[in-house]
Design a protein around this ligand. Structure first.
Ligand SMILES: [Fe+2]
Length: 213
């Protein structure tokens, strides 16, 4: 190689092109009726208020399952649960919130039994070992922390907009509200943001028997 050739910058960017890997977002082989999901959501918000998870801004949760007979099991920090985050420039990981015995959340809350969510819950719990099942609200122009959770999560988007994305590691994905069911690898660092101007509503369940490679 001559000295001249050594100084030539390689502009063949294709060589370094990375193919995005969406394997942390796994679409399941089940589909629900999105109109019925939205109707059920409208039905429950007439009587239930979102819990703010113990004072978390732009976040809201309505639990659909609880520890049998225990109304306290769906309130405050228990509506949120343990996660790990890297809050500052040191990059050091810290644990936040309280540990949850997910497998104890086996009772579908009787108040919601006459909604489509009961049918959805019955189908899901016949296929997966579920922990808490919640309706989660992400307010417009808001984000979660950069964090990881103890287990994968099942998502059914109910109301969304194109500016709602979930980011896992360095891969971002929009999950449309079309009745599809996704399992996401929340054991890796992730975030979800709503860059739209309407609330984002997902049904989110903790999945206790799902392994990512
Ligand atoms: Fe999470």
């Amino acid at each position: 190689m001559t000295t001249d050739q050594k100084n030539i910058v390689n502009l063949d960017f294709k060589k370094d092109k990375k193919i995005l890997n969406f394997s942390d977002f796994q679409k399941q082989n089940i589909k629900f009726d999105i109109t019925k999901l939205q109707e059920a959501y409208n039905q429950i918000v007439q009587t239930k208020k979102f819990d703010d998870g113990g004072g978390i801004s732009h976040f809201g949760a309505i639990c659909l399952t609880r520890i049998p007979g225990d109304p306290e099991s769906v309130k405050g920090q228990k509506a949120r649960g343990l996660y790990w985050t890297k809050p500052d420039k040191s990059g050091k990981e810290v644990a936040r919130d309280i540990s949850i015995d997910e497998s104890a959340y086996s009772e579908f809350i009787p108040d919601f039994e006459n909604t489509y969510f009961k049918e959805v819950f019955d189908v899901l719990s016949s296929k997966y070992k579920l922990g808490r099942v919640r309706i989660l609200l992400k307010e417009p122009r808001s984000t979660l922390s950069w964090h990881r959770d103890p287990e994968p999560r099942l998502h059914i988007p109910i109301i969304t907009n194109p500016g709602c994305l979930m980011v896992i590691d360095n891969v971002a994905k929009h999950m449309p509200a079309d009745g599809s069911v996704w399992i996401t690898n929340n054991t890796k660092y992730h975030n979800a943001f709503n860059g739209g101007e309407e609330n984002r509503i997902h049904l989110v369940a903790c999945v206790l028997d799902y392994k990512f490679n």
